[in-house]
Design a protein around this ligand. Sequence first.
Ligand code: ADP
Ligand code: MG
Length: 685
Amino acid sequence: MRPDILNPLFAEVSALKGVGSAQVRQLARLKIARVIDLAFHLPTMMIERQSVERLDETLVGQPVIVPLTPARHDRGGPRSPLRVAAVDRGGQWVDLVYFGQTASWAQTRLPIGVEKRITGKLDRYGQKLQIAHPEVAAMDAGPPGQTREPVYPLTEGVTNRRMGQLVAEALGRVPALPEWIEPSVLARQGWAGFAESLAAAHRMERGRDRLAYDELLANQLALMLVRQRARSRKGRALPGTGQLADALRSRLPWPLTGAQTRVIGEILGDMAQAEPMLRLVQGDVGSGKTLVALFACLAAIESGAQAALLAPTEILARQHHATLIKLGADLGIRIALLTGRDKGKVREQLLADLAAGRINLLVGTHAIFQEAVDYHDLGLVVVDEQHRFGVAQRLTLAAKGRTPPHVLAMTATPIPRSLALTRFGEMDQSMIDERPPGRQPIETRVMGPERLEELIAGLARHVEGGGQAYWVCPLVEGSEDADEAAATTRAAFLKARLGEARVGLVHGQMKGPEKDAVMADFAAGRLALLVATTVIEVGVDVPNATLMIIEAAERFGLAQLHQLRGRVGRGSGLSRCLLLRGDELSETARSRLKLMRETNDGFRIAEEDLKLRGAGEILGTRQSGEEAFRFADPVRVQHYVGMARADARLLLDRDGGLDGARGQAARLLLYLFDRDAGVAMLRGG
Ligand code: ADP
Ligand code: MG
């Protein structure tokens, strides 16, 4: 239960003066629903208004406060705005322009011949000076009002002034709260209390730093509570026997890389303990994570438990299943596939086999964690492409099974360390920082649209020579139909050039079985070219495909380009990636494509991407629907992450139940930053 002291902040905005249903809808567009959302709605800048006696050219573009005398009201046609011609004390003319106001309004507010104090931004319109929608005050209304004013992100129907009022009301409702930050940290940073810092942040004074820190602290606390909870339930040691692992190792056509061996060791070390494993394996695309996952699964199976592997998409689940079946052939284990698509008798039989323990390893999409799916004895859960899943989903995973299972997460999106801690701080980290030997770097080139013909000729030669290739079409903003149309048109065009039978198409709107059939044809070499939208972004593995063409490459994020490029370069042949760019490129787009040309290093690309786009995009939090950070841009405040982590740890070491005075304060913090799932972790077993 949320502590009562926070109720005023968590009330709906409609509780505020003058906020009716229309305004509620307007504010909702800014994701403002509660009073606290308003209190956290920070300005983006301050405007400084100059109070002047006379207007001149040098003031154009600036906010001003100036005494003006209206001389004429001019209401053109029904569609044109109201114009009030006014003059300053030096005889300079300026038009005051209002859309949607009547002449009678002007007669009351701006009577002719009466000097008024006018506030607004001075613009030039053709030969004339003008001010659009200025505020009007009487000359004797006291000294000129605020000359400094915060500028808020706005939406139609809510003026900056109105937003300022709403925010002020919201700030008035912030109660005095006990301090949750470690006193020594507070003193060292010289930070004010929470409420004071929040008010200061609205004046664009120092204050935002503390809020960012608060948010990171809430985040770290929540992650640690998740970890504390997950590990408080005693799990089961799965030490394995090494029997299946040895059999697999002797069958592999190549030795494991040093990094694979090391990470497998870290994982088996965890699994040999009764405390449930919570480990994240990072490895660049093509570093061989699937095999590492399989060794973990074998240890579970050797110990008599079942393993489950969760993939973010159906295509990936199928591919993992096929790969694992191939690798695990004649090890005497049963590997099955379950996706949302399986229905009826087949599904029932599969569920029965799973419940009876006749299936050792289940691969699938999130369907494998639905209520109805009962495991005989689930010991290990592997989550592939972890960044696609949110914390909430990670939590439901850990709840399956009689005893909490070991959890192994894998991600191919290299994540800079500070980010890994903010996002996956509850997990231990392993890194596969080495690729299988003999891999050639992927040669990357950027081509302008004028070279399309040349590119297609090259593609035709590649295909003639028995090569396979991908052609990726971009997502068109805002419309899946449009993506499909673009990809379909491109596929038709390429079919006409390369031959109908050689070109396949997959996109997100296709039915599952259709998609599978195309993927299977491509994997088996029956298709030479696969035209696709980003559905093939993660994980797809066809080593014979050595050419990747990405159309309108400037529309993709860097990490995404890197992922896509990682679909080639998986065999020992030389691979190429051609980035087809549009006509007009921004400066950043240009430098991003240049970086892609220069490096194959996923970590370097991730760091740059982080700088360019911010954390939410990189982590794909959009996809997982997880709340991003309001204040703590993990790039800008990297140095606070470690501090917040230490602070959180100290607090939990002293008061793991958050029962003491500071613990209680920290609970408030968790609610304020919507990390109260962490509080729930404190209750129950
Ligand atoms: P990731 O999931 O990390 O992107 P995969 O697990 O799909 O990479 O592996 C990429 C390719 O490398 C696969 O074709 C796999 O069979 C191969 N591979 C994995 N480990 C090794 C190794 N030690 N030596 C050679 N090839 C390997
Ligand atoms: Mg993979």
